[in-house]
Design a protein around this ligand. Structure first.
Ligand code: ATP
Ligand code: MG
Length: 598
Protein backbone atom coordinates (compact mmCIF):
# COMPACT_ATOMS: atom_id res chain seq x y z
CA UNK A 1 0.00 0.00 0.00
CA UNK A 2 1.29 3.45 -0.80
CA UNK A 3 0.55 6.35 1.48
CA UNK A 4 0.14 9.42 -0.58
CA UNK A 5 0.57 12.33 1.76
CA UNK A 6 0.52 15.75 0.25
CA UNK A 7 0.59 18.10 3.17
CA UNK A 8 -0.11 21.73 2.58
CA UNK A 9 2.62 24.29 3.02
CA UNK A 10 1.05 25.51 6.22
CA UNK A 11 1.69 22.24 7.99
CA UNK A 12 5.33 23.30 8.33
CA UNK A 13 4.31 25.79 10.96
CA UNK A 14 1.56 23.69 12.44
CA UNK A 15 1.67 22.53 16.04
CA UNK A 16 3.26 19.12 16.36
CA UNK A 17 0.51 16.56 16.16
CA UNK A 18 0.13 14.11 18.97
CA UNK A 19 1.05 10.48 18.45
CA UNK A 20 0.92 7.39 20.60
CA UNK A 21 4.50 7.84 21.83
CA UNK A 22 3.85 11.42 22.94
CA UNK A 23 0.73 10.21 24.73
CA UNK A 24 2.62 7.45 26.53
CA UNK A 25 5.33 9.85 27.68
CA UNK A 26 2.85 12.53 28.74
CA UNK A 27 0.94 9.93 30.67
CA UNK A 28 4.07 8.68 32.43
CA UNK A 29 5.11 12.23 33.26
CA UNK A 30 1.72 13.15 34.68
CA UNK A 31 1.58 9.95 36.74
CA UNK A 32 5.15 10.33 37.91
CA UNK A 33 5.99 6.80 36.75
CA UNK A 34 9.71 7.51 36.74
CA UNK A 35 9.77 10.37 39.23
CA UNK A 36 11.73 8.46 41.89
CA UNK A 37 14.30 7.06 39.47
CA UNK A 38 17.90 7.68 40.57
CA UNK A 39 20.84 8.57 38.40
CA UNK A 40 24.35 8.32 39.78
CA UNK A 41 25.94 10.07 36.82
CA UNK A 42 26.79 7.03 34.75
CA UNK A 43 25.26 3.71 33.72
CA UNK A 44 25.20 0.93 36.28
CA UNK A 45 23.13 -1.53 38.29
CA UNK A 46 20.87 -0.89 41.28
CA UNK A 47 23.68 -0.59 43.82
CA UNK A 48 25.43 1.94 41.59
CA UNK A 49 22.35 4.05 40.84
CA UNK A 50 20.83 3.94 44.34
CA UNK A 51 23.42 6.37 45.70
CA UNK A 52 22.51 8.88 42.99
CA UNK A 53 20.12 11.80 43.16
CA UNK A 54 16.69 11.88 41.59
CA UNK A 55 17.37 11.89 37.88
CA UNK A 56 17.20 15.48 36.53
CA UNK A 57 16.36 14.07 33.11
CA UNK A 58 12.59 13.69 32.92
CA UNK A 59 12.90 10.90 30.36
CA UNK A 60 15.80 8.89 29.02
CA UNK A 61 15.62 7.46 25.53
CA UNK A 62 18.34 5.95 23.43
CA UNK A 63 19.35 5.60 19.82
CA UNK A 64 21.23 2.31 19.51
CA UNK A 65 22.69 1.66 16.05
CA UNK A 66 25.01 -1.18 15.27
CA UNK A 67 28.17 0.40 13.80
CA UNK A 68 28.10 -1.82 10.73
CA UNK A 69 27.31 0.72 8.04
CA UNK A 70 26.18 4.26 7.37
CA UNK A 71 22.81 5.41 8.68
CA UNK A 72 19.97 5.78 6.20
CA UNK A 73 16.69 7.66 5.93
CA UNK A 74 14.97 5.04 8.13
CA UNK A 75 17.44 5.77 10.90
CA UNK A 76 16.77 9.47 10.39
CA UNK A 77 13.17 8.78 11.33
CA UNK A 78 14.28 6.92 14.44
CA UNK A 79 16.75 9.69 15.34
CA UNK A 80 14.09 12.38 14.95
CA UNK A 81 11.71 10.36 17.12
CA UNK A 82 14.13 9.49 19.91
CA UNK A 83 16.19 12.68 20.13
CA UNK A 84 13.12 14.75 19.30
CA UNK A 85 10.98 13.29 22.09
CA UNK A 86 13.81 13.57 24.62
CA UNK A 87 14.24 17.25 23.80
CA UNK A 88 10.53 17.92 23.81
CA UNK A 89 9.99 16.40 27.25
CA UNK A 90 13.00 17.70 29.14
CA UNK A 91 15.06 14.58 28.91
CA UNK A 92 18.02 13.16 27.08
CA UNK A 93 18.59 10.63 24.36
CA UNK A 94 21.64 8.45 24.83
CA UNK A 95 23.80 7.78 21.81
CA UNK A 96 24.66 4.11 22.19
CA UNK A 97 26.66 1.90 19.89
CA UNK A 98 25.21 -1.55 20.01
CA UNK A 99 28.46 -3.37 19.48
CA UNK A 100 27.72 -6.71 21.15
CA UNK A 101 28.63 -8.58 17.97
CA UNK A 102 32.35 -9.23 17.79
CA UNK A 103 32.58 -7.73 14.36
CA UNK A 104 35.50 -5.78 13.12
CA UNK A 105 35.14 -2.21 14.19
CA UNK A 106 35.07 0.36 11.54
CA UNK A 107 35.82 3.75 13.00
CA UNK A 108 34.60 5.09 9.67
CA UNK A 109 31.11 3.81 10.57
CA UNK A 110 31.26 5.07 14.14
CA UNK A 111 32.31 8.54 13.01
CA UNK A 112 29.79 8.67 10.20
CA UNK A 113 27.01 7.79 12.65
CA UNK A 114 28.02 10.51 15.11
CA UNK A 115 28.29 12.98 12.23
CA UNK A 116 24.86 12.07 10.91
CA UNK A 117 23.12 12.57 14.27
CA UNK A 118 24.86 15.91 14.85
CA UNK A 119 24.16 17.10 11.33
CA UNK A 120 20.48 16.27 11.79
CA UNK A 121 20.55 18.78 14.63
CA UNK A 122 20.71 16.60 17.74
CA UNK A 123 23.17 15.87 20.52
CA UNK A 124 23.50 13.54 23.50
CA UNK A 125 24.51 16.20 25.96
CA UNK A 126 22.48 16.77 29.11
CA UNK A 127 23.54 19.06 31.98
CA UNK A 128 26.99 19.24 30.42
CA UNK A 129 27.39 15.44 30.42
CA UNK A 130 27.93 13.54 27.18
CA UNK A 131 25.76 10.44 27.06
CA UNK A 132 27.77 8.51 24.52
CA UNK A 133 27.96 4.82 25.35
CA UNK A 134 28.91 1.49 23.90
CA UNK A 135 27.16 -1.72 24.80
CA UNK A 136 30.40 -3.70 24.96
CA UNK A 137 31.29 -1.74 28.09
CA UNK A 138 28.52 -3.65 29.80
CA UNK A 139 29.73 -7.21 29.10
CA UNK A 140 30.66 -7.83 32.74
CA UNK A 141 27.19 -6.77 33.88
CA UNK A 142 25.61 -9.01 31.27
CA UNK A 143 27.68 -11.94 32.44
CA UNK A 144 26.58 -11.24 36.01
CA UNK A 145 22.95 -11.09 34.89
CA UNK A 146 23.34 -14.47 33.21
CA UNK A 147 24.85 -15.97 36.38
CA UNK A 148 22.01 -14.48 38.38
CA UNK A 149 19.50 -16.28 36.17
CA UNK A 150 21.42 -19.56 36.45
CA UNK A 151 21.49 -19.30 40.24
CA UNK A 152 17.76 -18.67 40.28
CA UNK A 153 17.28 -21.83 38.23
CA UNK A 154 16.21 -19.71 35.25
CA UNK A 155 18.95 -20.49 32.74
CA UNK A 156 20.82 -23.57 31.59
CA UNK A 157 23.65 -24.53 29.28
CA UNK A 158 22.24 -26.45 26.34
CA UNK A 159 24.54 -28.64 24.28
CA UNK A 160 22.11 -29.97 21.74
CA UNK A 161 23.20 -29.51 18.15
CA UNK A 162 21.78 -26.50 16.35
CA UNK A 163 19.59 -28.85 14.33
CA UNK A 164 18.19 -30.54 17.39
CA UNK A 165 17.51 -27.23 18.98
CA UNK A 166 15.64 -26.02 15.95
CA UNK A 167 13.61 -29.22 15.74
CA UNK A 168 12.75 -29.14 19.44
CA UNK A 169 11.57 -25.55 19.32
CA UNK A 170 8.29 -26.58 17.68
CA UNK A 171 6.35 -24.10 15.59
CA UNK A 172 3.20 -22.01 15.70
CA UNK A 173 0.98 -25.05 16.06
CA UNK A 174 3.30 -27.50 17.83
CA UNK A 175 4.69 -26.88 21.30
CA UNK A 176 8.43 -27.35 21.74
CA UNK A 177 10.14 -30.26 23.44
CA UNK A 178 12.34 -29.87 26.51
CA UNK A 179 16.04 -30.24 25.93
CA UNK A 180 17.67 -33.13 27.82
CA UNK A 181 20.05 -30.48 29.27
CA UNK A 182 17.16 -28.55 30.81
CA UNK A 183 17.37 -30.57 34.02
CA UNK A 184 20.97 -29.65 34.79
CA UNK A 185 21.57 -28.46 38.33
CA UNK A 186 22.46 -24.89 39.15
CA UNK A 187 25.99 -25.93 40.03
CA UNK A 188 26.45 -27.89 36.83
CA UNK A 189 25.16 -24.93 34.81
CA UNK A 190 27.42 -22.45 36.60
CA UNK A 191 30.46 -24.64 36.00
CA UNK A 192 29.64 -25.23 32.40
CA UNK A 193 28.89 -21.53 31.76
CA UNK A 194 32.24 -20.64 33.31
CA UNK A 195 33.86 -23.19 31.04
CA UNK A 196 32.15 -21.52 28.10
CA UNK A 197 33.65 -18.24 29.25
CA UNK A 198 37.10 -19.68 29.82
CA UNK A 199 37.36 -20.77 26.20
CA UNK A 200 37.23 -24.54 26.76
CA UNK A 201 34.36 -25.08 24.36
CA UNK A 202 34.45 -24.55 20.60
CA UNK A 203 32.11 -22.20 18.73
CA UNK A 204 28.51 -23.35 18.52
CA UNK A 205 29.03 -26.32 20.87
CA UNK A 206 26.83 -24.86 23.60
CA UNK A 207 24.53 -21.95 24.33
CA UNK A 208 23.12 -20.55 27.52
CA UNK A 209 19.32 -20.48 27.39
CA UNK A 210 16.75 -18.84 29.57
CA UNK A 211 14.51 -21.45 31.18
CA UNK A 212 10.96 -20.27 30.56
CA UNK A 213 8.46 -22.53 28.85
CA UNK A 214 8.97 -24.77 25.81
CA UNK A 215 5.21 -24.80 25.22
CA UNK A 216 4.81 -21.04 25.33
CA UNK A 217 2.54 -19.76 22.53
CA UNK A 218 5.15 -17.10 21.71
CA UNK A 219 8.10 -18.99 20.21
CA UNK A 220 10.47 -16.29 21.46
CA UNK A 221 9.64 -17.40 25.00
CA UNK A 222 10.57 -21.06 24.38
CA UNK A 223 13.85 -20.95 26.25
CA UNK A 224 15.56 -18.35 24.06
CA UNK A 225 19.34 -18.48 23.72
CA UNK A 226 20.97 -15.68 25.69
CA UNK A 227 24.70 -16.37 25.28
CA UNK A 228 26.66 -18.02 22.49
CA UNK A 229 30.29 -19.00 22.04
CA UNK A 230 32.24 -17.05 19.50
CA UNK A 231 36.03 -17.15 19.49
CA UNK A 232 36.53 -13.81 17.84
CA UNK A 233 38.42 -10.65 18.66
CA UNK A 234 36.08 -7.83 19.56
CA UNK A 235 37.12 -4.38 18.37
CA UNK A 236 36.74 -2.96 21.83
CA UNK A 237 37.20 -5.77 24.35
CA UNK A 238 39.82 -7.65 22.32
CA UNK A 239 40.16 -11.32 23.31
CA UNK A 240 38.74 -10.88 26.77
CA UNK A 241 35.54 -12.66 25.85
CA UNK A 242 34.75 -15.69 23.75
CA UNK A 243 31.09 -15.72 24.74
CA UNK A 244 28.77 -12.97 23.58
CA UNK A 245 25.23 -12.08 24.69
CA UNK A 246 22.39 -12.35 22.20
CA UNK A 247 20.76 -9.08 21.20
CA UNK A 248 17.45 -9.88 22.92
CA UNK A 249 19.24 -10.47 26.21
CA UNK A 250 21.75 -7.63 25.90
CA UNK A 251 19.39 -4.88 24.87
CA UNK A 252 17.07 -4.77 27.92
CA UNK A 253 20.14 -4.87 30.19
CA UNK A 254 21.76 -1.98 28.29
CA UNK A 255 18.54 -0.02 28.70
CA UNK A 256 18.28 -0.78 32.41
CA UNK A 257 21.92 0.08 33.12
CA UNK A 258 21.39 3.44 31.44
CA UNK A 259 18.13 4.07 33.34
CA UNK A 260 16.26 4.36 30.04
CA UNK A 261 12.57 5.06 30.55
CA UNK A 262 11.15 4.55 27.05
CA UNK A 263 12.95 2.11 24.79
CA UNK A 264 11.58 2.73 21.31
CA UNK A 265 12.22 0.27 18.51
CA UNK A 266 10.68 -0.93 15.27
CA UNK A 267 7.74 -3.32 15.01
CA UNK A 268 9.75 -6.45 14.28
CA UNK A 269 10.72 -6.48 17.96
CA UNK A 270 7.13 -6.61 19.16
CA UNK A 271 7.29 -10.39 19.69
CA UNK A 272 10.41 -9.90 21.77
CA UNK A 273 8.72 -7.60 24.25
CA UNK A 274 7.44 -10.43 26.49
CA UNK A 275 11.03 -11.61 26.89
CA UNK A 276 12.20 -8.04 27.53
CA UNK A 277 9.65 -7.75 30.33
CA UNK A 278 10.34 -11.26 31.65
CA UNK A 279 14.05 -10.54 31.87
CA UNK A 280 13.55 -7.19 33.57
CA UNK A 281 11.29 -8.72 36.20
CA UNK A 282 13.71 -11.58 36.92
CA UNK A 283 16.65 -9.16 37.24
CA UNK A 284 14.64 -6.89 39.52
CA UNK A 285 13.73 -9.90 41.68
CA UNK A 286 17.41 -10.78 41.75
CA UNK A 287 18.27 -7.28 42.97
CA UNK A 288 20.24 -6.21 39.94
CA UNK A 289 17.78 -3.47 39.00
CA UNK A 290 14.92 -1.65 40.69
CA UNK A 291 11.37 -0.91 39.68
CA UNK A 292 10.14 0.60 37.44
CA UNK A 293 12.12 -0.99 34.59
CA UNK A 294 12.47 0.54 31.15
CA UNK A 295 9.66 -0.32 28.81
CA UNK A 296 9.82 -1.19 25.13
CA UNK A 297 7.49 0.48 22.60
CA UNK A 298 7.35 -0.33 18.92
CA UNK A 299 6.59 1.85 15.92
CA UNK A 300 6.39 1.14 12.20
CA UNK A 301 9.70 1.30 10.39
CA UNK A 302 10.00 3.63 7.45
CA UNK A 303 9.61 2.05 4.02
CA UNK A 304 10.12 4.53 1.24
CA UNK A 305 9.30 3.76 -2.38
CA UNK A 306 12.29 3.31 -4.73
CA UNK A 307 14.59 3.18 -1.73
CA UNK A 308 16.46 0.42 0.09
CA UNK A 309 16.52 0.77 3.86
CA UNK A 310 18.91 -1.93 4.88
CA UNK A 311 22.51 -1.19 5.75
CA UNK A 312 23.54 -4.59 4.46
CA UNK A 313 22.00 -4.06 1.03
CA UNK A 314 23.32 -0.52 0.81
CA UNK A 315 26.78 -1.83 1.67
CA UNK A 316 26.54 -4.16 -1.29
CA UNK A 317 25.97 -1.19 -3.62
CA UNK A 318 29.11 0.43 -2.21
CA UNK A 319 31.24 -2.74 -2.19
CA UNK A 320 30.35 -3.58 -5.77
CA UNK A 321 31.05 -0.02 -6.92
CA UNK A 322 27.51 0.42 -8.18
CA UNK A 323 27.55 3.85 -6.57
CA UNK A 324 30.46 6.13 -5.72
CA UNK A 325 30.63 5.42 -2.00
CA UNK A 326 28.31 5.69 0.98
CA UNK A 327 27.81 9.42 0.41
CA UNK A 328 26.95 9.12 -3.26
CA UNK A 329 24.10 11.61 -3.75
CA UNK A 330 21.91 8.77 -5.04
CA UNK A 331 22.21 6.88 -1.76
CA UNK A 332 19.44 7.11 0.86
CA UNK A 333 22.12 7.34 3.53
CA UNK A 334 22.09 10.48 5.64
CA UNK A 335 25.53 11.25 4.20
CA UNK A 336 24.19 10.77 0.67
CA UNK A 337 21.08 12.86 1.27
CA UNK A 338 23.24 15.59 2.74
CA UNK A 339 25.51 15.61 -0.27
CA UNK A 340 22.49 15.56 -2.56
CA UNK A 341 21.37 18.82 -0.97
CA UNK A 342 18.82 17.69 1.60
CA UNK A 343 18.77 19.89 4.70
CA UNK A 344 18.42 18.67 8.29
CA UNK A 345 15.22 20.73 8.53
CA UNK A 346 13.72 18.98 5.51
CA UNK A 347 14.38 15.56 7.04
CA UNK A 348 12.94 16.65 10.39
CA UNK A 349 9.90 18.04 8.61
CA UNK A 350 9.51 14.78 6.71
CA UNK A 351 9.76 12.73 9.91
CA UNK A 352 7.16 14.93 11.59
CA UNK A 353 4.76 14.72 8.65
CA UNK A 354 4.88 10.95 8.23
CA UNK A 355 4.25 10.66 11.96
CA UNK A 356 4.57 7.62 14.16
CA UNK A 357 2.24 4.72 13.62
CA UNK A 358 1.93 1.12 14.62
CA UNK A 359 1.26 -0.38 11.23
CA UNK A 360 3.70 -0.85 8.39
CA UNK A 361 3.11 1.02 5.18
CA UNK A 362 5.03 2.47 2.28
CA UNK A 363 5.63 6.18 2.10
CA UNK A 364 5.75 7.65 -1.36
CA UNK A 365 9.12 9.17 -2.24
CA UNK A 366 7.35 12.37 -3.26
CA UNK A 367 6.51 12.99 0.41
CA UNK A 368 10.22 13.39 1.12
CA UNK A 369 10.68 15.68 -1.88
CA UNK A 370 7.71 17.84 -0.90
CA UNK A 371 9.23 18.39 2.54
CA UNK A 372 12.51 19.23 0.85
CA UNK A 373 10.97 21.79 -1.52
CA UNK A 374 8.99 23.37 1.30
CA UNK A 375 12.22 23.87 3.18
CA UNK A 376 14.34 24.97 0.23
CA UNK A 377 11.92 27.35 -1.45
CA UNK A 378 12.34 30.21 1.05
CA UNK A 379 16.09 29.71 1.55
CA UNK A 380 17.44 28.95 -1.92
CA UNK A 381 18.70 31.90 -3.95
CA UNK A 382 17.64 31.95 -7.56
CA UNK A 383 20.08 31.69 -10.45
CA UNK A 384 19.90 31.52 -14.23
CA UNK A 385 21.46 28.42 -15.70
CA UNK A 386 21.15 26.90 -19.14
CA UNK A 387 21.39 23.13 -18.93
CA UNK A 388 21.12 22.24 -22.62
CA UNK A 389 22.69 25.22 -24.36
CA UNK A 390 21.92 26.52 -27.82
CA UNK A 391 23.40 29.80 -29.04
CA UNK A 392 21.07 32.68 -29.82
CA UNK A 393 22.43 35.64 -31.76
CA UNK A 394 20.74 39.03 -31.66
CA UNK A 395 21.42 40.24 -35.16
CA UNK A 396 20.61 43.92 -34.60
CA UNK A 397 22.53 44.24 -31.32
CA UNK A 398 25.52 46.15 -32.67
CA UNK A 399 23.33 48.51 -34.59
CA UNK A 400 21.00 49.27 -31.64
CA UNK A 401 23.30 48.97 -28.66
CA UNK A 402 26.76 49.50 -30.12
CA UNK A 403 29.33 46.87 -30.96
CA UNK A 404 30.55 44.95 -27.92
CA UNK A 405 28.07 46.69 -25.60
CA UNK A 406 27.19 44.85 -22.44
CA UNK A 407 23.81 45.79 -21.06
CA UNK A 408 23.63 45.47 -17.26
CA UNK A 409 20.65 43.49 -16.01
CA UNK A 410 19.51 42.62 -12.54
CA UNK A 411 17.23 40.10 -10.92
CA UNK A 412 16.13 39.40 -7.37
CA UNK A 413 18.00 36.77 -5.40
CA UNK A 414 14.59 35.68 -4.17
CA UNK A 415 11.37 36.82 -5.85
CA UNK A 416 9.37 36.95 -2.60
CA UNK A 417 12.09 38.24 -0.29
CA UNK A 418 13.30 41.51 -1.80
CA UNK A 419 15.54 42.23 1.23
CA UNK A 420 17.79 39.44 0.02
CA UNK A 421 18.97 41.81 -2.68
CA UNK A 422 19.85 41.54 -6.33
CA UNK A 423 22.05 39.56 -8.58
CA UNK A 424 23.74 41.29 -11.48
CA UNK A 425 24.68 40.06 -14.90
CA UNK A 426 24.73 41.51 -18.35
CA UNK A 427 23.40 40.83 -21.80
CA UNK A 428 25.41 40.91 -24.99
CA UNK A 429 24.78 40.13 -28.62
CA UNK A 430 24.90 36.36 -27.99
CA UNK A 431 23.19 34.40 -25.26
CA UNK A 432 22.76 30.73 -24.40
CA UNK A 433 19.19 29.52 -24.35
CA UNK A 434 17.72 26.08 -23.72
CA UNK A 435 17.67 23.93 -26.82
CA UNK A 436 14.07 23.05 -25.99
CA UNK A 437 13.05 26.69 -26.14
CA UNK A 438 13.33 26.79 -29.92
CA UNK A 439 11.21 24.94 -32.46
CA UNK A 440 11.63 25.40 -36.18
CA UNK A 441 8.04 24.44 -36.76
CA UNK A 442 6.19 24.95 -33.51
CA UNK A 443 3.83 22.33 -32.16
CA UNK A 444 0.42 23.55 -31.07
CA UNK A 445 0.57 25.49 -27.83
CA UNK A 446 4.29 26.23 -28.06
CA UNK A 447 4.81 29.88 -27.11
CA UNK A 448 8.55 30.14 -27.00
CA UNK A 449 10.98 30.74 -29.86
CA UNK A 450 10.01 30.02 -33.45
CA UNK A 451 10.38 32.19 -36.52
CA UNK A 452 8.11 35.21 -36.27
CA UNK A 453 7.35 34.85 -32.53
CA UNK A 454 8.28 37.27 -29.78
CA UNK A 455 9.42 36.24 -26.31
CA UNK A 456 10.97 37.99 -23.36
CA UNK A 457 14.50 37.10 -22.31
CA UNK A 458 13.78 37.09 -18.58
CA UNK A 459 15.08 40.24 -16.83
CA UNK A 460 16.17 41.49 -20.29
CA UNK A 461 14.57 42.51 -23.55
CA UNK A 462 11.81 41.25 -25.77
CA UNK A 463 13.19 39.68 -28.94
CA UNK A 464 11.60 38.44 -32.12
CA UNK A 465 12.87 35.21 -33.59
CA UNK A 466 13.91 35.49 -37.19
CA UNK A 467 15.14 31.97 -37.95
CA UNK A 468 18.04 29.68 -37.27
CA UNK A 469 21.32 28.41 -38.68
CA UNK A 470 21.78 24.69 -39.34
CA UNK A 471 24.93 22.68 -39.93
CA UNK A 472 25.51 20.21 -42.75
CA UNK A 473 23.73 17.51 -40.80
CA UNK A 474 20.66 19.70 -40.54
CA UNK A 475 21.11 20.27 -36.83
CA UNK A 476 20.25 23.66 -35.40
CA UNK A 477 23.43 25.36 -34.22
CA UNK A 478 22.23 28.91 -33.74
CA UNK A 479 18.97 30.76 -33.32
CA UNK A 480 18.65 34.24 -34.77
CA UNK A 481 16.56 37.04 -33.32
CA UNK A 482 16.04 40.79 -33.43
CA UNK A 483 15.90 42.89 -30.29
CA UNK A 484 12.84 45.10 -29.86
CA UNK A 485 13.97 48.46 -28.47
CA UNK A 486 12.57 50.00 -25.27
CA UNK A 487 11.42 46.68 -23.83
CA UNK A 488 14.00 46.14 -21.13
CA UNK A 489 12.47 44.69 -17.95
CA UNK A 490 11.94 47.26 -15.26
CA UNK A 491 12.04 50.26 -17.57
CA UNK A 492 8.97 52.43 -18.29
CA UNK A 493 6.83 51.08 -21.09
CA UNK A 494 8.75 47.82 -21.23
CA UNK A 495 5.56 45.78 -21.24
CA UNK A 496 4.05 47.61 -24.22
CA UNK A 497 4.95 44.61 -26.34
CA UNK A 498 2.92 41.63 -25.14
CA UNK A 499 4.52 38.19 -25.22
CA UNK A 500 3.27 34.76 -24.23
CA UNK A 501 6.67 33.26 -23.51
CA UNK A 502 9.46 34.19 -21.12
CA UNK A 503 12.69 32.27 -21.38
CA UNK A 504 15.85 32.07 -19.30
CA UNK A 505 19.26 32.73 -20.77
CA UNK A 506 22.90 33.38 -19.92
CA UNK A 507 25.21 35.73 -21.77
CA UNK A 508 27.72 33.83 -23.90
CA UNK A 509 30.51 36.20 -22.98
CA UNK A 510 29.96 35.93 -19.22
CA UNK A 511 28.76 32.36 -18.96
CA UNK A 512 30.34 30.27 -16.25
CA UNK A 513 30.84 26.71 -17.34
CA UNK A 514 29.68 24.32 -14.61
CA UNK A 515 29.46 20.58 -14.24
CA UNK A 516 25.96 19.47 -13.33
CA UNK A 517 25.23 15.99 -12.03
CA UNK A 518 21.67 15.01 -12.71
CA UNK A 519 20.39 12.18 -10.58
CA UNK A 520 17.52 9.85 -11.06
CA UNK A 521 16.22 7.07 -8.87
CA UNK A 522 18.59 4.22 -8.17
CA UNK A 523 15.92 1.61 -8.86
CA UNK A 524 13.30 1.27 -11.52
CA UNK A 525 10.82 -0.46 -9.20
CA UNK A 526 8.93 1.15 -6.34
CA UNK A 527 9.65 -1.80 -4.06
CA UNK A 528 13.17 -2.81 -5.14
CA UNK A 529 13.55 -5.74 -2.74
CA UNK A 530 9.93 -6.85 -2.55
CA UNK A 531 9.22 -10.55 -2.40
CA UNK A 532 12.87 -11.44 -2.01
CA UNK A 533 13.84 -9.88 -5.34
CA UNK A 534 17.51 -9.03 -5.80
CA UNK A 535 17.41 -5.22 -5.93
CA UNK A 536 20.44 -5.22 -8.21
CA UNK A 537 18.23 -6.72 -10.91
CA UNK A 538 16.18 -3.51 -10.98
CA UNK A 539 19.02 -1.02 -10.75
CA UNK A 540 18.40 2.03 -12.93
CA UNK A 541 21.30 2.19 -15.43
CA UNK A 542 20.63 5.89 -16.00
CA UNK A 543 20.63 7.12 -12.43
CA UNK A 544 23.45 9.59 -13.11
CA UNK A 545 23.95 11.91 -16.04
CA UNK A 546 26.78 14.43 -16.03
CA UNK A 547 26.43 17.51 -18.21
CA UNK A 548 28.19 20.81 -18.76
CA UNK A 549 25.91 23.78 -18.33
CA UNK A 550 26.27 27.56 -18.51
CA UNK A 551 25.49 29.65 -15.46
CA UNK A 552 25.27 33.32 -14.65
CA UNK A 553 28.66 34.60 -13.46
CA UNK A 554 27.74 35.18 -9.79
CA UNK A 555 27.56 31.45 -9.23
CA UNK A 556 31.32 31.55 -9.26
CA UNK A 557 31.26 32.95 -5.73
CA UNK A 558 29.23 30.20 -4.16
CA UNK A 559 30.55 27.98 -1.40
CA UNK A 560 30.30 24.19 -1.33
CA UNK A 561 26.93 23.01 -0.01
CA UNK A 562 25.18 26.24 -1.01
CA UNK A 563 21.70 25.62 -2.41
CA UNK A 564 20.05 27.36 -5.35
CA UNK A 565 16.96 27.27 -7.36
CA UNK A 566 18.03 27.27 -10.99
CA UNK A 567 15.05 29.07 -12.49
CA UNK A 568 12.67 26.76 -14.35
CA UNK A 569 14.86 23.72 -13.58
CA UNK A 570 14.69 22.92 -9.91
CA UNK A 571 16.94 22.90 -6.88
CA UNK A 572 20.69 22.41 -7.09
CA UNK A 573 23.52 22.35 -4.60
CA UNK A 574 27.23 23.03 -4.97
CA UNK A 575 28.71 19.59 -4.29
CA UNK A 576 30.24 19.60 -0.83
CA UNK A 577 33.15 17.40 -1.86
CA UNK A 578 34.02 18.32 -5.44
CA UNK A 579 32.91 21.91 -5.94
CA UNK A 580 35.54 24.63 -6.05
CA UNK A 581 35.89 28.07 -7.55
CA UNK A 582 38.04 26.68 -10.35
CA UNK A 583 35.82 23.72 -11.00
CA UNK A 584 32.18 24.41 -10.13
CA UNK A 585 30.18 21.22 -9.63
CA UNK A 586 26.47 21.14 -8.84
CA UNK A 587 24.14 18.31 -7.93
CA UNK A 588 20.52 18.37 -8.92
CA UNK A 589 18.59 18.03 -5.68
CA UNK A 590 15.09 17.80 -7.12
CA UNK A 591 12.85 19.37 -9.72
CA UNK A 592 10.47 22.23 -9.07
CA UNK A 593 7.54 19.90 -8.87
CA UNK A 594 6.92 16.22 -8.70
CA UNK A 595 8.04 14.61 -11.94
CA UNK A 596 6.87 11.14 -11.04
CA UNK A 597 3.26 11.36 -10.03
CA UNK A 598 1.81 13.34 -12.88
P1 ATP B 1 19.69 -2.26 9.10
O1 ATP B 1 18.95 -3.51 8.80
O2 ATP B 1 19.60 -1.23 8.04
O3 ATP B 1 21.09 -2.48 9.59
P2 ATP B 1 18.93 -2.04 11.77
O4 ATP B 1 17.57 -1.96 12.32
O5 ATP B 1 19.67 -3.29 11.96
O6 ATP B 1 18.88 -1.60 10.27
P3 ATP B 1 20.34 -0.56 13.70
O7 ATP B 1 21.67 0.03 13.53
O8 ATP B 1 20.20 -1.71 14.59
O9 ATP B 1 19.84 -0.87 12.26
O10 ATP B 1 19.24 0.53 14.02
C1 ATP B 1 19.31 1.57 14.96
C2 ATP B 1 17.91 2.06 15.21
O11 ATP B 1 17.33 2.55 14.00
C3 ATP B 1 17.03 0.94 15.70
O12 ATP B 1 16.31 1.40 16.83
C4 ATP B 1 16.12 0.65 14.54
O13 ATP B 1 14.88 0.19 14.97
C5 ATP B 1 16.05 1.99 13.82
N1 ATP B 1 15.77 1.79 12.40
C6 ATP B 1 16.48 1.06 11.52
N2 ATP B 1 15.88 1.05 10.31
C7 ATP B 1 14.76 1.80 10.43
C8 ATP B 1 13.69 2.19 9.53
N3 ATP B 1 13.67 1.78 8.26
N4 ATP B 1 12.72 2.98 10.01
C9 ATP B 1 12.73 3.40 11.29
N5 ATP B 1 13.69 3.08 12.18
C10 ATP B 1 14.69 2.29 11.76
MG1 MG C 1 20.88 -4.45 12.72
Amino acid sequence: MTNSLSPSKDSKEAIKPSNFLRQIIENDLSQGTYADRKWAGSPGDASHQSVGKNDPAKVRLRFPPEPNGYLHIGHAKSICINFGLAKEYGGVCHMRFDDTNPEKEDTEYVNSILDAVKWLGFNWNFNAVEHLYQASDYFEYMFDAACLLIKAGLAYVDEQSADEMRRNRGDFVTPGTDSPYRVRTVEENLNRFNEMRSGKLPDASAVLRAKIDMAHPNINMRDPAIYRIRHATHHHTGDKWCIYPMYTFAHPIEDALEQITHSICTLEFEDQRPFYDWLMQRLIEGGMFTNPPPHQYEFARLNLTYVLTSKRKLKQLVDENLVHGWDDPRMPTIAGLRRRGYTPQSLQLFAERIGVTKSDSWIDYSTLEIALRDDLDPIASRASVVLDPLRLRITNWDELMGSGHKEPCKAPLHPHIPERGQRNFSMGSQVWIERGDYQDTPVKGFFRLFPGNKVRLKYGFVIECTGCVKNEQGEIVEVLAALIPNTKSGTPGSDSVKVKGVITWVSVEEALSIEVRIYDRLFTEAHPDAGGRDPLSVLNPNSLKVITAFAEPDLNNCAPDEKYQFERHGYFVADRMDHSKNKPVFNKITGLKDQWNN
